[in-house]
Write a protein that binds this ligand. Structure first.
Ligand code: SF4
Length: 279
């Protein structure tokens, strides 16, 4: 979330909204101490695969060469430093190759050509929070007049139902597509996750969901309530030094997955506190 005091706009990105829905304090920390964020292995592999895909979608390389671009990007990220979580670094290169090739063989043939890769967007949600207009902003992996696409690398296959009922990302992006008139005959926006599974086998999955103006209104309502709580807790000098709700009831709250663990839950709870006794 960022605030432009001149235009009186609050800008929200879907990734920040999604994380903050799980833990508001995590959302606050992203604003006040972004330097804690390090690139972890899952994110690095995803970024590397994206680099290969983007080069293909921009027409810079032949799809058969995409994996070379991906591995080069991985090498660059390795030089900058990657935090190891739950993967073996000796497998990263093969996994990146396999996921990029899975995209080339299983997903690329389904992608309608002629769209825009890495499309930046921003739009006014129409909501007002306090003195501010609420805007969404972001970058779409691929936008085509027939629908929106996002490339994902994941440890396991996605649940279609879960994405249809809960995807914040699809709802935020659909708001932009609706404002541009990119709608299907039934008035909805098509959104496809092109998922590459992190295995040596090179599996992929297409997860196609729909978004309507109802989904956009709901995600706007969610963002409005979150931004409203944040503004209510802002100090008079405009700083964000008061803590937000610290929720640990989700998988990201751990030493491994939360960059702010050491200054948050880790201050109270050590590994030894969670050791199980004799059962
Ligand atoms: S350690 Fe847990 S409670 Fe604290 S910011 Fe991270 S996710 Fe939230």
């Amino acid at each position: 979330m960022r605030i432009d005091e001149e235009t009186k706009r609050v800008y929200v990105r879907q990734s920040w909204l999604g994380d903050s829905m799980l833990c508001q304090e995590r959302g606050r920390r992203m604003i006040v101490s972004p330097e804690f964020r390090t690139t972890n292995d899952s994110a690095a592999m995803g970024t590397a695969v994206h680099a290969g895909i983007e080069a293909v979608m921009r027409g810079v390389i032949d799809p058969r060469d995409a994996h070379h671009v991906s591995v080069k990007k991985l090498d660059q990220l390795r030089d900058e430093g990657i935090k190891v979580t739950n993967t073996d670094p000796s497998t990263w290169e093969d996994l990146v190759r396999s996921m990029t090739n899975a995209w080339v063989s299983g997903i690329y043939p389904e992608v309608p050509l002629g769209g825009v890769s890495e499309k930046k967007f921003e739009y006014n949600s129409g909501a007002v929070v306090g003195d501010y207009e609420l805007w969404f902003e972001g970058t779409m992996d691929y936008s085509h007049e027939s629908g929106l696409w996002d490339w994902k690398t994941a440890a396991r296959k996605y649940s279609l139902l879960e994405k249809q009922t809960q995807s914040i990302q699809a709802s935020v992006y659909a708001g932009h597509a609706l404002s541009e008139g990119m709608v299907d005959e039934d008035g909805t926006v098509s959104f496809t996750f092109g998922v590459m599974i992190r295995t040596m086998k090179g599996d992929s999955q297409l997860v196609r969901i729909k978004r309507s103006s109802a989904h956009v209104m709901w995600v706007t309502e969610q963002a409005k309530t979150l931004v409203g709580s944040a503004l209510a807790l802002r100090s008079q000098d405009g700083s964000w030094n008061r803590s937000w709700l610290k929720n640990d009831q989700h998988f990201l709250c751990s030493d491994r997955w939360c960059p702010w663990w050491s200054v948050c839950k880790g201050v109270f709870i050590q590994d030894t506190d969670n050791q199980l006794g004799e059962q």
